[in-house]
Design a protein around this ligand. Structure first.
Ligand SMILES: [Zn+2]
Length: 445
């Protein structure tokens, strides 16, 4: 029996059974017990009382582009994990592309892990990549510890990470399904994109027309058909088109092994509000109309959409040219996802329990991170402490990611992260990150 070192107390602790007043006992970095609020504090244990601030499980962000090594001027493990810690995130999974090398072989994974190890302020794991040339590398990469594999169906934006055509997709999906792995997919159909009008310039409407809903819908329909045929487990990344929700819901009912994520920008920003030339709002698939956003929230409410993750994908400021066709696509929101989503969720009548399910419990389950994602005995003592009724206005200068460009500048948001805790250690306080005490995570590790 290990000794309780720490007791964290709040009138509002979010547990899988709901929100209640509780004392959380921590021993050796794990949650030892969730006890009544007024439980006696054991001799020698430290008590931290958060009062009415909410104690929630640390967020799990399974969609982050850290770009390190290789494009570290875009982002890096030091800066990304500090931003994450300040924002209440305790675990992130890094996407396999935009770094050099990309995470497409076991050797490349080791290279990335060596770079990340001393810089991680939170726990960090890695997705592998599935590209046309690496089917033989997938199994060794899985055995080396990646949590699953990402692929594109349309150009990724970087030449070292090519997309899969239909034949290559089927081959990779069959290989991954053969060893019980998960394939996560950027789902936009290249033929539908090629058929869409391509007009350059500063108008957001032109960019939106170039990435139609039909491209997402067609890609998702094809993926579901293939997953059904192969018995594969797939995950649809960054869903923007709400038109695809009925077919995803039908596939889930039928037992196809498909899960879905959406992102803060699709759920809190709208096409109607994007100013001309404001390419900090550019991402693929794109932010769509307000009515589309309402339907995405319905998809969250009815369980068709499982997770909300950032798709934090930064670049240097010079790549955000005012022409939507040329600018690098990607929205930086690592530090802001929780308040952005909470602000919209509360307006729509959702609770913090819902937000925790979407941003911590479900992403942890997606990746098989059984020690993360909930406040219950046996899990890691990872927490965020949130003042849900306090507000702040987003000042890019207060963000810790490397290039302080964000689509949320000037927004007033509900939910101030007071502190963040990783395995019982405070890793950020009042928005200021601490020491790099994060660990590298491997599947089953
Ligand atoms: Zn992404």
């Amino acid at each position: 029996m290990s000794t309780t070192e720490l007791v964290l107390r709040s009138t509002r602790v979010i547990t899988p059974q709901g929100t209640r007043a509780a004392s959380v006992a921590v021993a050796e970095g794990k949650i030892a017990a969730v006890l009544p609020y007024d439980a006696e504090v054991p001799d020698g244990a430290r008590l931290t009382d958060f009062g009415d601030d909410v104690l929630l499980p640390g967020l799990v962000d399974t969609h982050v582009h850290v770009n390190d090594p290789g494009r570290t001027e875009w982002e890096g493990f030091w800066t990304a994990t500090r931003a994450a810690a300040a924002g209440g995130i305790t675990t992130l999974l890094d996407m396999p592309l935009n770094s050099l090398p990309p995470t497409t072989t076991a050797d490349n994974l080791r290279t990335k892990q060596d770079v990340a190890r001393s810089k991680a302020h939170i726990d960090v794991g890695f997705w592998g990549g599935a590209i046309p040339s690496n089917v033989k590398d997938l199994r060794p990469l899985y055995d080396a510890g990646v949590f699953g594999f990402k692929c594109f169906l349309s150009p990724s934006g970087v030449e070292e990470f090519p997309e899969l055509d239909q034949e290559e997709l089927a081959r990779s999906m069959a290989e991954i399904a053969g060893f019980g792995g998960l394939l996560i997919v950027h789902a936009e159909d290249p033929h539908q994109l090629a058929d869409a009008p391509q007009r350059s310039g500063p108008q957001y409407a032109d960019f939106l027309a170039s990435r139609p809903r039909a491209a997402e819908n067609a890609a998702i329909e094809g993926l579901i058909a293939l997953a059904r045929r192969l018995g594969a487990r797939i995950h649809v990344l960054h869903l923007s088109s709400s038109d695809a929700l009925p077919l995803i819901a039908a596939a889930k009912r039928e037992g196809v092994r498909v899960t879905v994520e959406s992102c803060p920008h699709f759920l809190t920003l709208t096409a109607e509000e994007v100013p001309d030339g404001a390419t900090e709002f550019k991402c693929c698939p794109p932010i769509r109309e307000a009515a589309n956003q309402d339907a995405l929230w319905q998809g969250l409410a009815d369980g068709t959409i499982d997770c909300i993750v950032s798709d934090h994908s930064p670049c240097t400021t010079d790549l955000k040219t005012p022409d939507f066709a040329d600018a690098w696509g990607g929205i930086s929101s690592l530090q802001l996802g929780l308040p952005a989503i909470w602000t919209a969720a509360r307006e729509r009548g959702h609770t913090l329990d819902d937000v925790v399910r979407w941003m911590s419990t479900a992403p942890a389950a997606l990746a098989g991170l059984s020690a993360k994602g909930a406040i219950e005995a046996g899990r890691d003592a990872d927490f965020a402490v949130l003042a849900p009724d306090d507000t702040f206005t987003v000042d890019p200068a207060e963000l810790y990611h490397r290039n302080q460009v964000t689509a949320y500048a000037g927004k007033t948001l509900y939910g101030v992260v007071r502190s963040t805790w990783l395995r019982g250690v405070r890793i950020a306080e009042d928005g200021v990150p601490g020491e790099p005490v994060g660990r590298l995570l491997e599947r089953n590790g």
